[in-house]
Design a protein around this ligand. Structure first.
Ligand code: FAD
Ligand code: SF4
Length: 511
């Protein structure tokens, strides 16, 4: 009799997958909590707990639908703590005759599963995870023969192909991109909506983790775990976003303010990345909401959001599969410094950095501009090695999986890929941070000062960055204006700025 073993990875909790359409007693699904996955990075405790809780909930649902499920818990005696060993053991114990898996999103896991399939004695095959709009190679094919990989052209092609916000062959409203109308600062007395949070009791999952010596970061309230751990909660969060946040999403997508951790962002990246919900249903839900409330939800809010999902998210996945494994070694500026210890504690006098790090430790979440223009910006200006920065981002965020973390971190944020993802490095002085946030007023440092004991570190480090990397950056058309300002600056002032930057870089642990 043929018996099939199907592996479900922790980020493949897609209950809508065609695998589950038929109940078949000859098919067993296996999910496993293993040390190779808890230990490949130092993860935030909420990330480990969140994934395990969601896996357990998924397994319970499958069982209730009468699927055959094998769930290997972290501290089970029969847990060999690796995919390969657990699978080999299951095959030999249960006489499986065939092994199947869904294509993983990570290069490392892809390689491991291919090797495993070559080494086992039974037949095997891989199927699509039925989640993304694009296949792994679609972006590579789209840009074949091109030297640049412009998000905008990929995004437009995706809109056309999937008929999203289109009127025939033309973009709805006649315009593709409404970026110019978005990105406002929050008005001073504006009170953002309170985020929808859950109160999941995940203390049982946490207890099992505490029994081990898994090294994690951050804090957790395990009796009131705020993140969704099943499809129902994920859909609830999506609904909350569509009804309560979408109307201001674009306007305030780049805004930052102390002690407000989510503003009008959707916080659905965790649910999507572990596939509890799909990008197709996200697009459908927000479009439906806009269609119902066109008099309340401006089109630019919707378009800005759709671009993140069908544009950026798919684009990053495509770049990952096109450029791995080389991508993980890229270091265009040859940066070599270590990440300051306060990235792990939040103990810095820089209000913007403290706020972004504190909330990351507390919620395993920061929104895009905090990641890009606060922590990422500082790390690039300080010349930190991209490996160090990747390790931090891969660990600290609940939504961090290598395919979307490394392309954003090494690529978009650190320009370590030399311009594959971004056309210029995302760096800024205090001017941008102050323009988009309410941080500077309460900071120990002074946003207007470039030199002196209280000068904002972002200011001198910013000019130091352009000075240091002239050879690589001066010819970049988008940086022409910066170099023209730098060239015209009084030589004495330039020297003082560089001395100040040098002082800060030598004392980076004390900032
Ligand atoms: C340095 C750095 C590291 C990042 N690491 C990750 C990561 O590990 N995992 C991750 O999912 N995102 C990552 N991002 C992208 C983005 O910051 C997060 O997707 C977003 O903050 C998640 O919060 P949200 O769901 O509230 O997003 P929203 O602001 O509500 O946006 C909606 C959705 O759009 C998608 N999206 C938006 N921007 C991007 C982007 N640049 N790349 C891919 N998808 C995007 C996400 O799925 C997100 O859920 C990173 C960005 C930077 C600058
Ligand atoms: S003054 Fe500088 S360090 Fe302080 S909050 Fe503003 S940008 Fe950040």
């Amino acid at each position: 009799m043929s018996k099939t073993l199907r592996l479900i990875l922790g980020d493949q909790l897609n209950s809508q997958h065609s695998w589950y359409k038929t109940i078949d007693d000859s098919v067993t699904y296996v999910l496993m909590e293993i040390r190779t996955e808890t230990d490949y990075a130092q993860h935030h405790i909420q990330k480990v707990v969140g994934i395990f809780a969601a896996m357990q909930s998924f397994a319970t649902t499958l069982k209730s639908e009468k699927h055959q499920v094998e769930y290997i818990k972290l501290n089970d005696e029969n847990n060999f703590q690796s995919f390969e060993k657990n699978i080999e053991s299951l095959i030999s114990k249960n006489n499986f005759t065939h092994f199947e898996y869904q294509l993983p999103d990570e290069y490392r896991v892809d390689l491991m599963l291919k090797n495993l399939c070559n080494s086992i004695s039974i037949s095997s095959n891989a199927v699509d995870s039925e989640h993304f709009f694009t296949s792994r190679n679609e972006l590579g094919n789209f840009f074949e023969g091109k030297k640049t990989f412009l998000l905008e052209s990929f995004y437009r092609a995706m809109r056309k192909k999937h008929n999203v916000l289109m009127e025939g062959d033309k973009p709805l409203t006649g315009q593709w991109n409404y970026d110019g109308e978005n990105r406002k600062k929050l008005p001073k007395n504006h009170k953002p909506i309170l985020p929808l949070v859950f109160d999941n009791d995940v203390s049982g999952v946490l207890e099992e983790i505490i029994k081990t010596d898994i090294n994690t970061i951050g804090t957790i309230d395990a009796e009131n775990f705020v993140w969704p751990i099943n499809r129902e909660q994920s859909l609830q969060l999506l609904d909350f976003f569509a009804t309560e946040c979408l109307h201001l999403f674009g306007s305030y997508q780049d805004a930052m303010t102390p002690n407000e951790w989510s503003l009008y962002h959707s916080r659905i990246s965790f649910s999507m990345n572990i596939k509890m919900i799909s990008p197709q249903e996200v697009i459908a839900r927000v479009t439906e909401e806009w269609e119902k409330r066109q008099n309340e939800i401006e089109y630019n809010q919707l378009e800005g959001f759709v671009r993140q999902i069908i544009g950026w998210r798919e684009y990053m996945r495509g770049i990952y599969w096109l450029k791995m494994p080389e991508y993980a070694t890229m270091n265009y500026f040859n940066n070599q410094e270590k990440l300051p210890d306060w990235f792990w504690t939040g103990k810095t006098k820089m209000t913007c950095m403290k706020d972004a790090i504190d909330q990351s430790l507390k919620y395993a979440y920061a929104h895009h501009i905090q990641r890009l223009m606060i922590t990422g910006n500082f790390a690039l200006l300080a010349g930190i090695h991209p490996d160090e920065i990747d390790a931090w981002y891969l660990g600290i965020y609940i939504d961090a999986f290598e395919w979307v973390e490394i392309t954003n971190t090494r690529g978009m944020s650190q320009f370590a890929d030399g311009g594959i993802v971004g056309t210029k490095p995302y760096v800024s002085s205090a001017t941008y941070i102050d323009k988009m946030s309410h941080y500077c007023g309460s900071c120990f440092y002074k946003k207007a000062l470039k030199v002196g004991e209280k000068s904002c570190p972002f200011n001198s480090l910013y000019w130091n960055f352009f000075d240091q990397h002239q050879e690589k950056l001066r010819s970049n058309f988008r940086l022409k204006m910066m170099y023209s300002i730098w060239d015209k600056m009084d030589p004495m002032q330039k020297e003082n700025i560089l001395i100040q930057a040098d002082h800060y870089l030598s004392n980076v642990e004390n900032l």
